[in-house]
Design a protein around this ligand. Structure first.
Ligand SMILES: Nc1ncnc2c1ncn2[C@@H]1O[C@H](COP(=O)(O)OP(=O)(O)OP(=O)(O)O)[C@@H](O)[C@H]1O
Ligand SMILES: Nc1nc(=O)c2ncn([C@H]3C[C@H](O)[C@@H](CO)O3)c2[nH]1
Length: 224
């Protein structure tokens, strides 16, 4: 067994648009020294067009995100001990692409091609050791998206966020590939409130301890 492989811990942070994933990733980098992997948002040449015409650009945009995410993830394992990943590849397929398919913006043939591509690529990836879901209501998401002020997100409809939220809840409930932790993003302002920040950091630190115990025990069981 490769000792290096099991000594690395990957923690995914999942959640809807504006839930606070990048902010939490950056907090954990600053305070805990975790190695961050950020989403390639600004690099997506289709995103602006996607938000003005979802049907026209859905497939291109999904394919770009998928390839970028895979490209980042396949290189990540050499980069640090505890890796914190701002959005996971599961969300591409289980949330965003699935929603666009359900809305009729990705037709059956493209959906099959996208899923085949996803499964072929994801065969080469390790599941995260732990998954943290920042759960937020739609009004909170809208407020934060507005506050962040990315121009091309200004016409995101509450209904779109609600559809994504429903898919998130269903997917996270059935997700079993790793240990899970939920953070209530409506009630915990880990940006402006020191007290909330401490609560969230403590929850994550306990979660990491639990994950570390799992990694240690699999190391122990695997190495006579
Ligand atoms: N818990 C929180 N309390 C208050 N404000 C927050 C919280 N989390 C994030 N914010 C603010 O909300 C905005 C969006 O946060 P952030 O960019 O981290 O979201 P994200 O989940 O990474 O979004 P995306 O899915 O678009 O990448 C930022 O302006 C950030 O300062
Ligand atoms: N359509 C679509 N599919 C994805 O897989 C995906 N991943 C992220 N995004 C959008 C959400 C934010 O605007 C912005 C930052 O997360 O990028 C996506 N959009």
């Amino acid at each position: 067994m490769d000792r290096r492989e099991i000594s690395i811990m990957i923690i995914g942070i999942c959640g809807n648009i504006g839930a606070g994933k990048s902010s939490l990733t950056s907090l954990l980098e600053r305070v805990q020294g975790f190695t961050p992997v950020y989403e390639a948002v600004d690099e997506n040449p289709f995103l602006k067009d996607f938000y003005s015409d979802m049907k026209r650009w859905a497939f291109h945009s999904q394919l770009f995100f998928l390839i970028k995410r895979f490209d980042f993830l396949k290189r990540v394992e050499d980069e640090g001990k505890i890796i914190i990943q701002d959005r996971t590849i599961y969300e591409d397929v289980e949330i965003f692409a699935k929603n666009l398919h359900l809305m009729g913006y990705i037709d059956e043939r493209d959906w099959r091609l996208y899923r085949d591509t996803f499964y072929t690529l994801s065969d080469h990836l390790k599941a995260p050791t732990g998954m943290i879901y920042i759960k937020c209501s739609v009004p909170t998401l809208i407020e934060r998206i507005k506050m962040r002020g990315r121009g091309y997100e200004s016409n995101i409809e509450p209904e779109y966020l609600q559809r994504l939220n429903s898919l998130y809840d269903t997917w996270f409930e059935s997700y079993t590939a790793s240990e899970k932790l939920v953070i209530n993003g409506d009630t915990h302002d880990f940006i402006a409130s020191k007290k909330d920040q401490q609560i969230v950091l403590k929850d994550i630190s306990d979660f990491v301890k639990k994950l570390s115990a799992g990694v240690q025990s699999s190391l122990f069981n695997g190495e006579p």
